[in-house]
Design a protein around this ligand. Structure first.
Ligand SMILES: Nc1nc2c(c(=O)[nH]1)N[C@H]1C(S)=C(S)[C@@H](COP(=O)(O)OP(=O)(O)OC[C@H]3O[C@@H](n4cnc5c(=O)[nH]c(N)nc54)[C@H](O)[C@@H]3O)O[C@H]1N2
Ligand SMILES: Nc1nc2c(c(=O)[nH]1)N[C@H]1C(S)=C(S)[C@@H](COP(=O)(O)OP(=O)(O)OC[C@H]3O[C@@H](n4cnc5c(=O)[nH]c(N)nc54)[C@H](O)[C@@H]3O)O[C@H]1N2
Ligand SMILES: [Mo]
Length: 783
C-alpha cells in the first residue's frame, strides 16, 4: 500500500491514462506486444465479442472498438499465467483461502479438471470422463432434481446457455439462480408488467438523435466506457445529458476519447453531463416524481394558456392506461416529501423537469444505482411513467435503456435461464424435444442461498461466476455453500467460490471467448445478445490456454449425456459437433430466431424484435401502464434512523475502476483518486466532522438489520468525497458481508447492495490481525 492512497484526479475520463493503464495490464499478464492483436480483434465481424460489458458497438464492424476496461477484460483472459495442477499440489485449500481474491485471480487460467480430496485438503487432477460420470451419478442419486441448483453468470454464450437450460429442465428442475437476480432483475420485473417486455427499447441510432439523455445510477466511465463515445457525440451536437448520481463520477463529467487523435494530441476533452444532480442514495423515485410533478404543472399551465399541451395526449389515449389515477396520486404527493427524500431542491427538480419537457425525444438510462434498492421496481416504473407522459417510447431517439452488465446476460435470459419460465416457453420445449419440462418455479439467487442454508438444496453447480463472493451476506452464503454435498464450478480462473466448497467439489476449466473452439466439424462460433437486443457471432482467435480445456457447450453436453444417458431425448454429443445444430434447435424454440444461422452470419448480426419499441404492448392489459407509487418514507434506512441516537448512514457498494465484478485487476480507482487501496469509505467532510474523526482515520462499518445478526466489516479508510451528507460509498465485494440476505428489492428480490443502513465507528487495530483472513475483516459473524 502506498503512503497516501488518496490523490484527487482532475483530468477527464479516458485519455492517456486509459492507454497507460491498458499497457500496464498487458505487462502484468505477461502478454507480449503481439498480444495486441487479440485486443484489436474484439468486436470485429470475424473476431470475438468483447467480454467486457453488454454495451453494443457500432454495427459490430468498426475498425477500432475497444476501451480500457474491455482491453483489461481481454488481457485477463489472454494472460500467460497458468493455474496448473502443480499450483494445487503446493497448497491445501485452507492455505489458498488465506490469499486475497486478487492473488487467486493472478494465478492465471485453470488448465485441468480438478476434484477436491478430503484427506489432503487439496484439489487433485481428474479426467473429464470421470468428472462427468461422478457428477452425473451424484445428480441421479438426489431424492429430487429440485435439490440441485444451477447458477449462471452472464458471460456464457447463447449456445451454452440454451444447452444448459435444456439439460437442467430435462433433468427436472427450474432452479436457475443467476447473476441477473443481483443485477437488472428489477428492470425486467418493472418493465414486463408495465410495457409487456423486460428489455430496453432503444438502439444505438437513437443515441444519435435524442435531444436529452438522462442517466440514473450508472458509472459508464468505468463500467461501460464505450458508452462515453455515444455520450460524447451527443454532447458535441448539443443534446442535454443529465446525470443523477450521489457521487461526482469523472466519466459523467469529462471524457477524452483515446480513439480521437486530435483530442489526444491536444490533451482536449469533451464535457459529458450538461446537468449533474447529486441526489441522496435511494432518492431517485422521489426525484423522478418531482420531475413528473413539474411536467404536469407545465402541462396545466399550457392548458390554461391555450398553448400546445406538454403531455402527449394522443399517445396517452391510444397506448396507455391509468393516466388520471396516476396524475391524482402525483398531485397528492407533497413537494416537502419529494425534496426531503431526493435530497435535491425543488428548483433543481423543476430544472430537470423543464429539460425533460423541452426535449422532443428523450432516452433514460439506468444501472445498478437504481436496481439495488428495496424500492427498485417502483423507481424504474416511475422512470417509465416519466417516459410515457410525452410518448417517449417506440419512436426515434426515445426510450428506456437499462444498461446491462455482463456481455451476454440479456441473451442468457432470452435462452431460458430463468427460474420462472412461462408456460408457453415450456410447452414449446416439450413440443420440440419431446420431454415434459418441470412446471414449478425454481429458486432465484437469494432463494438458492436460503435453500442451501436450510438443507432443501444440497448441490450447487455454477456455469461461470463467483457465487461465494458476488452474493450478499457473505458469512451466511459461505455457510450455505459449505453445507452442500457437492459444489461444481465451470470456470476460467481460480476464485473464492472454489475454496468455499461442499463435501465433494470439482473445478471444470473452460475455454474463454477469445479462444478457438475446435469441435468435430472444425472451429466454432458462438452468439451473444447485447444490451440493445442485437445478436451477433463471436469467434475466438487465440490458441486455447491449455489443450485440456473444453468449451462450455461441450461441458454441458457431456455432463448431460453422462447424467441422462439413454433416457434423454436430446442428441447431446451430436449437437456439439457443429454449433449450427444448436442454433437450429434455438430457432425451433424461439420464433424470433428464425433462420438463425443465416441471419447471424450477416456482418453485425440481427436485431431481435421488441414489441414495446413498436408500441405493441404484450402485457395482460395490452397497454402501457402508468404505475403510481408513493415516495417511500419507511425503508430500512428510515427505520434505522428513527431508532438510533447516533448517525445512521446509507451505504452504496459500487465498482472501482480496476475490477470486473469480483475480479480485482488492480488496486487503483483512478478517477476517484484512490491508489493502492480498496478498503476505503467515501464520506462527506461534514459527516467526518460530526463523527469527530478525520479523513485518513480507519473505521469499522456495522449494518443495521432487525434480524438479530451483527454484521461488521472492518478497517476502512475514511476518504473525504463529494457525496451528499448521510451517504457513504465503498467497494463491492469487500462490503457484501454487510448486506443482509433478507434485504432485497420488493417483487424482484435483488439484494439491496446500494442502500445498506450502517453505523460507523473507529477501528481498533488488533495486533496480528490478518486482513486477508475472513475472520479479521468481518466475513465471519462476530458475536
Ligand atoms: N470495468 C467494468 N465493467 C463492468 C463491470 C465491472 O465490474 N467492471 N461490471 C458489469 C456489470 S455485471 C454491471 S451490472 C455493470 C454495472 O455498472 P454500473 O451500473 O455503473 O454499476 P456500479 O458501479 O455498481 O454503480 C453505478 C453507480 O450508481 C451510483 N449510485 C449508487 N447509489 C445510487 C442511488 O441511490 N441513486 C443513483 N442515481 N445512483 C446511485 C454510484 O455512485 C455509481 O456511480 O457494469 C458492467 N461492466
Ligand atoms: N455488494 C454488491 N454485490 C453485487 C453487486 C454490487 O454492485 N454490489 N453487483 C451484482 C451484479 S450486478 C452482478 S452481475 C453479480 C456478478 O456475479 P458473478 O457473475 O457471479 O461474478 P463475476 O465476478 O462476474 O464472475 C467472475 C468469474 O467468472 C469466471 N469466468 C470469467 N470468464 C468466464 C467464462 O468465459 N466462462 C466461465 N465459465 N467462467 C468465466 C471466472 O472464474 C471469474 O472469477 O454480482 C452482484 N453482486
Ligand atoms: Mo451485473
Amino acid at each position: 500500500m502506498s503512503k497516501n492512497p488518496i490523490r484527487p484526479y482532475n483530468g477527464p475520463a479516458g485519455g492517456w491514462g486509459a492507454l497507460r493503464s491498458v499497457a500496464t495490464q498487458l505487462i502484468e499478464q505477461d502478454i507480449p506486444v503481439s498480444g495486441a492483436r487479440t485486443l484489436l480483434s474484439a468486436n470485429q465481424p470475424d473476431g470475438f465479442d468483447c467480454p467486457g460489458c453488454a454495451w453494443p458497438d457500432r454495427d459490430h464492424t468498426s475498425t477500432f472498438e475497444f476501451c480500457e476496461n474491455g482491453a483489461k477484460a481481454v488481457a485477463a483472459e489472454a494472460t500467460k499465467h497458468r493455474a496448473t495442477p502443480e499450483l494445487f499440489a503446493q497448497h491445501t485449500v485452507a492455505d489458498l483461502a488465506r490469499y486475497s481474491d486478487h492473488w487467486l485471480e493472478n494465478q492465471g487460467r485453470l488448465t485441468h479438471p480438478m476434484r477436491w480430496d478430503a484427506a489432503s485438503d487439496k484439489y487433485l487432477p481428474i479426467t473429464w470422463d470421470e468428472a462427468f460420470s461422478r457428477i452425473g451419478a451424484h445428480l441421479n442419486a438426489l431424492a429430487s432434481p429440485d435439490q440441485a441448483l444451477f447458477y449462471t453468470s452472464g458471460r456464457c454464450s447463447n449456445e451454452a446457455a440454451f444447452l444448459y437450460q435444456l439439460f437442467v429442465r430435462e433433468y427436472g428442475t427450474n432452479n436457475f439462480p443467476d447473476c441477473s437476480n443481483m443485477c437488472h432483475e428489477p428492470s425486467g420485473t418493472a418493465m414486463k408488467a408495465q410495457l409487456g417486455i423486460g428489455k430496453g427499447t432503444v438502439q444505438l441510432r437513437d443515441f444519435e438523435i435524442a435531444e436529452a439523455i438522462f442517466i440514473f445510477g450508472q458509472n459508464p466511465g468505468t463500467n461501460h466506457p464505450r458508452m462515453l463515445g455515444e455520450l460524447r457525440q451527443a454532447s458535441k451536437r448539443g443534446a442535454a445529458i443529465v446525470s443523477f448520481n450521489p457521487l461526482r463520477e469523472r466519466g459523467l463529467e469529462r471524457f477524452a476519447d483515446p480513439q480521437d487523435k486530435l483530442e489526444m494530441l491536444h490533451n482536449g476533452s469533451t464535457r459529458i453531463s450538461s446537468d449533474y444532480f447529486q441526489l441522496r442514495i435511494g432518492g431517485d423515485l422521489a426525484a423522478v416524481k418531482g420531475m413528473i410533478k413539474r411536467v404536469l404543472e407545465l402541462d396545466a399551465q399550457a392548458r390554461r394558456d391555450g398553448r400546445e399541451r406538454v403531455v402527449d395526449l394522443d399517445f396517452i389515449a391510444e397506448h396507455t392506461r391509468g393516466f388520471e389515477a396516476f396524475v391524482a396520486e402525483v398531485e397528492s404527493e407533497s413537494w416537502d416529501t419529494i425534496v426531503a427524500e431526493s435530497g435535491l431542491t425543488r428548483a433543481e427538480l423543476e430544472r430537470a423537469g423543464d429539460i425533460y419537457a423541452r426535449a422532443k425525444s428523450v432516452i433514460c438510462c439506468w444501472g445498478m444505482g437504481i436496481t439495488q434498492h428495496k424500492h427498485s421496481v417502483a423507481t424504474i416504473q416511475m422512470i417509465v411513467n416519466l417516459m410515457l407522459l410525452r410518448g417517449n417510447i417506440g419512436r426515434p431517439g426515445a426510450g428506456p435503456c437499462p444498461v446491462r452488465g455482463h456481455s451476454n446476460v440479456q441473451g442468457d435470459r432470452t435462452m431460458g435461464i430463468y427460474e420462472k419460465p412461462s408456460p408457453a416457453f415450456l410447452d414449446r420445449l416439450r413440443d420440440v424435444f419431446g420431454f415434459e419440462p418441470p412446471r414449478e418455479h425454481g429458486h432465484d439467487t437469494v432463494g438458492a442461498i436460503e435453500a442451501m442454508l436450510d438443507g432443501r438444496c444440497k448441490t450447487f453447480f455454477g456455469l461461470g461466476g463467483n457465487f461465494a463472493t458476488a452474493t450478499p451476506d457473505t458469512e451466511a452464503t459461505h455457510r450455505a455453500l459449505r453445507r452442500c454435498d457437492l459444489t461444481v464450478h465451470v470456470t476460467t480462473k481460480l476464485n473464492r467460490s472454489h475454496l468455499v466448497h461442499g463435501r465433494d467439489a470439482y473445478i471444470l476449466p473452460c475455454l474463454g471467448r477469445t479462444e478457438i473452439d475446435m469441435q468435430e466439424t472444425g472451429p466454432q462460433s458462438v452468439t451473444v445478445e447485447d444490451s440493445m437486443s442485437m445478436v451477433h457471432l463471436s469467434a475466438g482467435i487465440n490458441a486455447p490456454a491449455d489443450p485440456m480445456l473444453l468449451s462450455e457447450p461441450a461441458i454441458v453436453a457431456r455432463l448431460a449425456h453422462a447424467t441422462l444417458g439413454a433416457r434423454s431425448k436430446v442428441p447431446w454429443l451430436w449437437l456439439i459437433g457443429d454449433y449450427d445444430r444448436i442454433r437450429d434447435r434455438i430457432a425451433d424454440v424461439f420464433d424470433d430466431f428464425y433462420d438463425f444461422n443465416l441471419r447471424v452470419r450477416v456482418p453485425g448480426g440481427f436485431h431481435l424484435t421488441n414489441a414495446a419499441a413498436e408500441r405493441r404492448w404484450l402485457n395482460r392489459e395490452a397497454k402501457a401502464l402508468f404505475k403510481p407509487h408513493a415516495v417511500p418514507t419507511d425503508l430500512p434506512v428510515h427505520r434505522a434512523r428513527a431508532s438510533r441516537e447516533q448517525p445512521v448512514f446509507t451505504l452504496a457498494t459500487t465498482r472501482s475502476h480496476d475490477q470486473y465484478n469480483t475480479t480485482i485487476y488492480g488496486m487503483n480507482d483512478r478517477y476517484r483518486g484512490v491508489f493502492g487501496e480498496r478498503r476505503v469509505l467515501f464520506i462527506n467532510a461534514q459527516d467526518i466532522a460530526e463523527l469527530n474523526m478525520q479523513a485518513g482515520d480507519w473505521v469499522d462499518l456495522e449494518s443495521l438489520c432487525d434480524d438479530g445478526v451483527r454484521r461488521v466489516a472492518k478497517r476502512f479508510l475514511l476518504v473525504e468525497y463529494n457525496i451528499p451528507r448521510g451517504c457513504l460509498a465503498a467497494y463491492y465485494p469487500e462490503t457484501n458481508s454487510l448486506v443482509p440476505l433478507s434485504s432485497f428489492a420488493d417483487e424482484a428480490r435483488t439484494p439491496t447492495s446500494k442502500s445498506i443502513p450502517v453505523i460507523v465507528y473507529a477501528h481498533v487495530a488488533q495486533p496480528g490481525a490478518n486482513l486477508q483472513s475472513a475472520k479479521d475483516i468481518g466475513l465471519v459473524r462476530v458475536d
